[in-house]
Structures are given as C-alpha cells and as structure tokens.
Write a protein that binds this ligand. Sequence first.
Ligand code: SF4
Length: 332
Amino acid sequence: MTEDCSPKPGYIALYESGELARRAAAFKKRLALCDICPRTCTVNRLEGQKGFCNSAFLPIVSSVVAHFGEEPVLSGISGSGTIFFGNCNLRCAFCQNYQISQNPQAQQKNEMSISALAQKMLYIQDGLNCHNINLVSPSHFVPQIVMALLEAVPEGLHLPLVFNSGGYDSLETLQALDGIISIYLPDIKYSSDENSLKYSMVRDYVRHSRAAIQEMYRQVGNLVTDDEGIAVSGMIVRHLILPNEIAGSKETLIWLTEELSPSVTISIMSQYYPSNRAGNIPELSRSINPGEYEEIVKLADKLGMENGWIQEMESKEYYLPDFTSGDKPFNA
Ligand code: SF4
C-alpha cells in the first residue's frame, strides 16, 4: 500500500491542457436541467430552481475545519481539510449531520460564491496546512466544485481532493470527474432498496451506489500512501453497521470482495447512534450490540479483507458533530 511518491493531483494537468475548463462548462450546462445526481430532477438550478437537494446554483458551505477524526491516512498529523456542504441528496433518518444536511432554510445563509469556495480550498491548504481537501456531501455541488477549482489552481492549489459522498452518485457525473478526484471516500449504506427507501428516502440506492463505487475504483484503484503514510490516491469505502441488520452489512462485504477485490480498502464503522429521527423508529433506536459488531468483524476477516480499519465499539463520541458550534463541530 505504501509508495514513496506524492504525485501532483490530476486536476493540475487538466487545468493546463484546458480540459478542466471544458468540464466545468459542461457541468454548468447540466445544471439548467439538473441531472447531476441520480435523482435527475431536471430543474433549472441556474435560474434558482431547486430539486430534491434544495440547492440552487450557489454552493452552500456549512463548515470548514481541519478534521483529526477521519481515517489516519486522511487526517495524518495536520488534519483533513473538510468542507461540509449544506443540504444533501439523501434523507437518512439517522444522519449525524442532520443540522446541516436536512435543514435547508437554516442553510440558506451559508450560500457563497464560486470564488469564495475557491478561497476556502486555498485556506485549507495555506492557512490550515491540511493534507487534503475533504469534500463532504459533495454530490449535489459537483459543478460548483469544478468551477471553483478553475479559480484555485492558478492561485497555487495542489492538495489532493477527497470525494466524501453518501454513495448516491451519478455514473455520468463521476466519469466527468475522472482525473480530478484523487481519493474517493464513498459510503455504502445499504444492500436493500426497501431499506434505503424506508430510512433514506431513495428507492434505487443499491444499483446506483454499486455502479458508482465500481466507477470510482476503476478510476483510482487501491489506496496509495506517501512515505509518511498519508493518502495520495485510491478509494476507501465506508460502511456504517446499523442495528437489526438494516444496513445489510454481510451482503455488502461479500459484494465488495467478489465484485471489486478483497484488497479494496474498507472502513467499517461501529459508531451508530440514533440521532436525527432515528430515536422515534424502534428498529433504529439503539446502538449496535457486541454480537452484531463481532459478526461483521469476523466476516471481514473470513473474506480476506486485508486493507482498512474497523472502528472499536467504544469510539463513538467524537463522531457526533455539533454544527451549531461554529468552526469546531467536533469539539462541542
Ligand atoms: S443534484 Fe439536486 S437537483 Fe440535481 S438531480 Fe440531484 S437532487 Fe436533483
């Protein structure tokens, strides 16, 4: 997994060749009949219309912070430079970031210009000195991210981009990100559309998330780190174990090993806590128990999954951010 190299992110060469500008223009055009994510709402976001993600043209940035609680290859010693985008194309009943993902009226004040987003990227690099730009919930703002890159690259941006999504991403959108994103960090939330509809209001999650993850893996492959153990490229798939087998963890691990590779890097998370509306849903209203956890840990071992992290059951608190506490959502 370790290589003694820190290649320049691909977006720099794409900028120099003019390809980044072409892709930004094509992305912007698609916002006029928005099909940026699999919802294909076909609203005109350039004229202020909003689809399922409640987001018009301007990017919404809820928080920018150096995050030290991501996987070690991302946080390193200087932190992962997280840009939390407001709103979302999912509606997870248990979302830990619900304050910013499911509260569109409150998020309106966090709209910013494309230039301001570019400056946030540069601030993460030159002000916070982070290892990467970690785009959290970026799926509905991909065009704006690419447009901001166009402004940030000539000002010296050179950090790798991390695409940290819920996994509900469009194949066409991902294909147009080929060479721009260095590290994909998708969730794989469910192996049943019945559950994805019931708990995240999305009826075709399994098909789209699996196609998305296959495309991400095709683009960047296995995780590569530099000689200091910091990720420079590759994919890390995150999977949150839910109580009562709601996430379909076993099917997901088997799919990953059979359809991708046992060497795919996985981050299995045990931090589930019934936040947001989950406390009112009986089957989601508790943490996972040791039996549920052990079963998945053993299966990952049996399947020969050789790369990644399995979160200890005790390490839950840090991951419950409070976005009402300014720029320190993880220290509340
Ligand atoms: S990005 Fe938003 S408006 Fe566009 S298709 Fe997805 S949910 Fe609909």
